[in-house]
Design a protein around this ligand. Structure first.
Ligand code: BGC
Length: 242
């Protein structure tokens, strides 16, 4: 069983065909940088380009960094404002002439990590955070993955993600220790209300977990994502198959 997984991020669009029985990428992923915000039409062309590069004809799953209800996008904090209210599933399906399933990017990462990654076989309450341009979040419990928007919890007049996302560390040129201190406070707030048993940290920065995990103290067991930054691609492909 194969599906094309696409992960729309704040700075790039990535995609690869995935074996949905194993979670393995079937080819090296294609990454198209998007230094400027792409409009929905430009994005659909980019996705069609990735599909064409793989000569793709089959189901496609797309993870989007915003609230997704059905095929429709309701928020786009770090993407082009024209996405808000857009039926992107329809738009991308038209551009690729394939069946497209659309879901939140963190929900995609959660599906992949719970099925094949760091949460595999664990049925207890799990919190997964993806740290990138923004903060993606999901709760998983007994096999059900629920997308959340915990990056937008207010904190000191701003959203938490503005200070704890990996992009904040780059932007403010913070040391790993300083950034981890912020992250620690954020995790303490989340632990207070969610009481997860397992916390999985994903996003590109999770590949460097040895740099900041030593500064984090959580009640729950804390582990890096197994797929690091590729969970979004794998999970989007899983969603396409369903
Ligand atoms: C969005 C979320 C998304 C996260 C990670 C946030 O700004 O609101 O929907 O999952 O960024 O991309």
């Amino acid at each position: 069983m194969k599906a094309l997984g696409i992960d729309i991020g704040g700075s790039a669009v990535k995609g690869a065909p995935v074996d949905t029985r194993t979670g393995r990428l079937l080819a090296e992923r294609i990454r198209i940088a998007s230094p400027k915000q792409l409009s929905p039409t430009q994005m659909s062309r980019t996705i069609a380009k990735i599909a064409a590069e793989f000569d793709w004809c089959g189901p496609i799953g797309v993870g989007f960094p915003g609230v997704v209800h059905g095929g429709k996008i309701l928020t786009a904090a770090n993407l082009h404002p024209k996405f808000v209210g857009c039926d992107a599933a329809k738009l991308f399906a038209k551009a690729t002439r394939d069946r497209v399933a659309l879901l939140n990017d963190a929900a995609a990462a959660g599906l992949a990590e719970m099925k094949f990654g760091a949460g595999r076989g664990f049925a207890g309450k799990t919190l997964l955070l993806t740290l990138g341009t923004g903060v993606g979040s999901v709760i998983a419990y007994r096999g059900v993955v629920v997308p959340c928007e915990l990056g937008h919890l207010p904190h000191g007049g701003r959203d938490y993600e503005e200070t704890v996302a990996a992009s904040a560390r780059d932007r403010e040129e913070l040391s790993w220790k300083k950034w981890a201190h912020r992250l620690n406070n954020y995790l303490a707030v989340l632990e207070c209300v969610l009481w997860p048993e397992l916390i999985i940290i994903g996003g590109g920065v999770s590949a460097k977990h040895d740099k900041f995990f030593p500064f984090l103290k959580t009640r729950a067991r804390l582990v890096p994502a197994k797929f690091f930054n590729e969970a979004g691609i794998v999970g989007a492909a899983l969603a396409a198959e369903e």
